[in-house]
Design a protein around this ligand. Structure first.
Ligand SMILES: Nc1ncnc2c1ncn2[C@@H]1O[C@H](COP(=O)(O)OP(=O)(O)O)[C@@H](O)[C@H]1O
Ligand SMILES: [Mg+2]
Length: 453
């Protein structure tokens, strides 16, 4: 018997157990099974275990072929449904071939085998299983239920991501000690929000992430949503400034309304410094009104009451005034990574790539001032350059070259045109009469010795 047959039987048995044991719900199905059997707003009884559904969940192209020779399977060629004709036989067949740990990773099966097989515990299996609320289908269904045609346009203001769709998890991020402690704390606070309500501790769940671009603020907020299995609702403040300024305050209200309807969720408000920018431009009374609406909405929002974790982020903390600061329970700093953090980030971003003589410490020592996002760009550059030479294996030197190229570009970006003109004039190696302006002529630019590293 092949592993593939085992996969197919597991699927059929899971569907069968779910069908018959009405104490079970969608959270007892492993995500792949659940997603393949999903129909409308849940998994129906009986589930539609067609060959197609099995193929979707297992990745096996022709599931029936794998199990056709087994005595306890049958296919209805009209509906395409594959089913078990003898549950007990199937159950025994499966138990003889699957390890306990495999059964334990499937809560429905754990329920079926609990008491019969050692180390199989349904409650623990269910607890460890990713909940249905994290599935994209669930979020889609929720969005459909919560927003009818009339207020569908509210959803244009935000981006909603299911936790299962979040690719960068907290494990993929190199966090400072403080960031680790805070993410741990807020995770606990969410888990125990009922307890916090009970003891009257309601001032938790509003975080402000502060730091330069590319230091992991957005990724960390997403990672939190992933860790907590909550939908991630993202809004960029610059995006909700309606061209009709009068609408902006209303848009702010709508964003919070969306978050409340989707709760429990993480509401991520990016570009918080936008608040500050508009505060000084007093010609825009409408925007001022929007800012006040925003601040008030933040005041009224509560993790404990509304089940919304609020995370703000800004690249320019210096532009925020006390009125904003004081609305957050916790300010979390996202500094540029230290040398050892850079080495760790490099280890993570190169995980799927072959690098000969890889020495992340050496690259880290050469990349003072670069952020996690910069390091990703460096790697991308190295990979693309190697591809140009038809290589998919990198060497340490490729990475070092990419760092140099990155720094030259970065240097150019930071020069203002006056400085640049002067420098080009000075390093006039090919300095015979250029008939054109050099402002964008990068070939003539020499990166100065890296004195500031
Ligand atoms: N500390 C870090 N560890 C790992 N990757 C990082 C880190 N900081 C940034 N990155 C990577 O850089 C990219 C941009 O990060 P992002 O979260 O968008 O930064 P920000 O929101 O602060 O501008 C992401 O792909 C992220 O994975
Ligand atoms: Mg960001």
């Amino acid at each position: 018997m092949t592993d593939r047959a085992l996969d197919v039987v597991e699927f059929l048995l899971t569907a069968r157990v779910y069908e018959r044991d009405t104490d079970l719900d969608e959270n007892d199905l492993p995500p792949a099974v659940r997603s393949a059997l999903w129909d409308g707003d849940g998994v129906p009884r009986p589930p539609k275990a067609t060959g197609e559904a099995v193929a979707e969940a297992t990745g096996i192209a022709d599931p029936w072929e794998e199990v056709a020779s087994l005595m306890f399977t049958e296919r209805d060629s009209f509906s395409g449904r594959i089913r078990l004709v003898d549950d007990e036989m199937a159950k025994e067949w499966y138990a003889n071939r699957a390890e306990a740990s495999r059964i334990q990773s499937n809560p429905a099966l754990a329920a079926a085998y609990e008491g019969e097989i050692e180390d199989v515990d349904h409650a623990a299996a269910r607890e460890a299983n990713r909940p249905v609320q994290a599935d994209p289908q669930w979020i889609d269904g929720l969005l459909e239920d919560m927003f009818d045609e009339e207020d569908e346009e509210m959803l244009d203001l935000v981006e909603v991501q299911a936790p299962a769709e979040i690719e960068t998890t907290l494990d993929d991020l190199v966090l400072t000690d403080e960031q680790q402690v805070e993410t741990e704390k807020v995770s606990k606070a969410i888990e125990h929000r009922d307890y916090l309500a009970q003891v009257g501790l309601v001032e938790v769940g509003k975080l402000l992430f502060v730091g330069p671009p590319g230091t992991g603020k957005t990724s960390t907020a997403r990672g939190l949503a992933h860790r907590l299995d909550l939908p991630f609702v993202e809004v960029k403040l610059s995006m909700i400034t309606s061209q009709y300024l009068g609408e902006t305050a209303k848009n702010v209200e709508k964003v919070f309304e969306v978050a409340k309807r989707l709760s429990p969720c993480v509401l991520f408000i990016d570009e918080f410094d936008f608040v500050a920018k508009t505060r000084t431009s007093d010609e825009h009374a409408a925007i001022k009104r929007a800012v006040n609406t925003l601040l008030k909405a933040i005041d009224e929002m509560s993790l404990v009451k509304d089940d919304v974790l609020l995370v703000g982020a800004t690249n320019h903390p210096d532009e925020l005034d006390a009125a904003v600061w004081r609305r957050f329970d916790e300010i979390l700093s996202f500094p540029k990574p230290t040398k050892s953090m850079r080495a760790d980030i490099l280890r993570i971003v190169t995980r799927g790539i072959d690098v000969e003589n890889f020495d992340p410490e050496e690259i880290a020592a050469n990349t003072d001032g670069l952020t996690g996002s910069d390091l990703r760009l460096v790697l991308r550059e190295a990979v693309l350059d190697a591809l140009v030479e038809d290589r998919t294996t990198l060497a340490q030197t490729d990475l070092l070259d990419a760092v140099k190229a990155f720094e030259e570009r970065d240097h150019l970006r930071n020069l203002d045109s006056l400085e640049e003109a002067v420098e080009t004039g000075e390093s006039g190696e090919e300095g015979h009469d250029h008939g054109h302006d050099h402002e964008h002529d990068h070939d003539h630019e020499q990166a100065p010795a890296d004195a500031d590293d």
